[in-house]
Ligand binder design. Structure first.
Ligand code: TRP
Length: 354
């Protein structure tokens, strides 16, 4: 049984400022994965149109996600960094996937239901088709592994369903051309053109919660800027936000058990642990019994130590948009040539004349 060559793909939308949750939950994982994998990281600008067509400053948003990737340590020469709209093959494959996916599948997507809200008639057709474009992003490279947050798991399951239906529906065209690979799906051997993508979910990365409410996720859409640490925040802003973060009156416990029912304490300890690359248990063995008046200054020092260099590098990169654009163009070119190879095969499998 052969296997698809492992390839990591992930995407980040250029909407709103990146915050600590995006960094710890996604970008830092992207950086770590480069070590042992071939990786493609994409600024998904076409996805950004699905909720809102007109954006205040689309070019700056695209460049700032790219700057964050580079500042965090993603190497755009060894891997590929680009913005989605430079590779029109994503949209082309998405059209084919729109014809593979069933309306019943799309209707089950919880993110669509949440984002469309009550007035579904007024949601864009793009928002509805969002997961199909996401499947195309990944599968146009026949990528096998996708680091994402928990909230994207359902979209990856849909990508597998799409891949599987394509593989089965075109089985008669795939096998004779020798384009597919024998893979195992559960116990079943299947001849597949598209791989069954695997999510790479969480691992040690914490769910980073709001600094103002430990039961809500840190979010770029929270009206209070004090609820989050943005990657573009300077030292002063970072320390002010941590100083003002909500806590409870008790000292920190010595065991993680003691964090139960204390969401704000749990969140700050989790952030400390993630930034220090330690477990919460380690953090509590150091700070158990201490008041927040001791813990917060230590957290501020650590957050500044980790984030300030990223922040400074992002600012430096943002001063030279021409350089960022050149990185995206170069990545776009390399991505396009890989995507076009897939599309030629897909066109042949479907029977389009070329
Ligand atoms: N939907 C993803 C998110 O909101 C972004 C995304 C688009 C993506 N295409 C992707 C993530 C492909 C992983 C792979 O986080």
């Amino acid at each position: 049984m052969t296997e698809f060559k492992p390839l990591v793909f992930s995407g980040v939308q250029p909407t709103g400022n990146l915050h600590l949750g995006n960094y710890l939950g996604a970008i830092r994982k992207f950086v770590a994965l480069q070590e042992n994998n071939d990786c493609i990281y994409c600024v998904v600008d076409m996805h950004a149109l699905t909720a809102q067509l007109v954006h205040e400053d689309m070019p700056t948003q695209i460049r700032s996600i790219t700057a964050a990737f580079l500042a965090a340590g993603i190497d755009p020469k060894k891997h590929i960094v680009f913005n989605q709209s430079q590779v029109p093959q994503h949209a082309e494959l998405a059209w084919i996937f729109n014809c593979v996916a069933r309306i019943g599948w799309m209707n089950r997507m919880t993110q669509f239901k949440d984002k469309a809200g009550k007035d579904r008639e007024q949601a864009s057709l793009g928002l509805y088709a969002y997961p199909s474009l996401m499947a195309a992003d990944i599968l146009v490279y026949r990528a096998t592994h996708v680091p994402v947050g928990d909230d994207q798991k359902q979209h990856l399951e849909l990508a597998r369903d799409i891949a599987m239906k394509f593989n089965l529906d075109f089985h008669d065209k795939i096998v004779p051309t020798g384009l597919g690979i024998d893979i195992k799906v559960g116990e079943e051997p299947v001849h597949a053109y598209f791989p069954m993508v695997e999510p790479l979910i969480d691992g040690p990365a914490p769910r980073v919660m709001s600094l103002k409410d430990g039961t809500k996720k840190m979010s770029k859409s929270d009206p209070s800027d004090l609820s989050r640490i943005n990657l573009m925040d300077d030292q002063e802003a970072i320390s002010k936000k941590i100083r003002k973060a909500k806590t409870d009156p008790d000292a920190l416990p010595s065991e993680t058990e003691g964090l139960k029912g204390r969401p704000e304490a749990d969140n700050l300890v989790g952030i400390f642990a993630a930034l220090a690359d330690k477990s919460k248990t380690d953090v509590l063995s150091e700070f158990g019994g201490q008041q927040f008046s001791v813990f917060k200054p230590a957290l501020i020092d650590l957050a500044v130590e980790v984030l300030a260099p990223i922040n400074a590098e992002m600012r430096r990169l943002m001063e030279d948009p021409g350089h960022i654009d050149a990185v995206l163009r170069d990545g776009g070119e390399r991505a396009r040539s890989r995507a076009e190879k897939t599309m030629n095969e897909v066109r042949d499998i479907i029977g389009f004349v070329r």
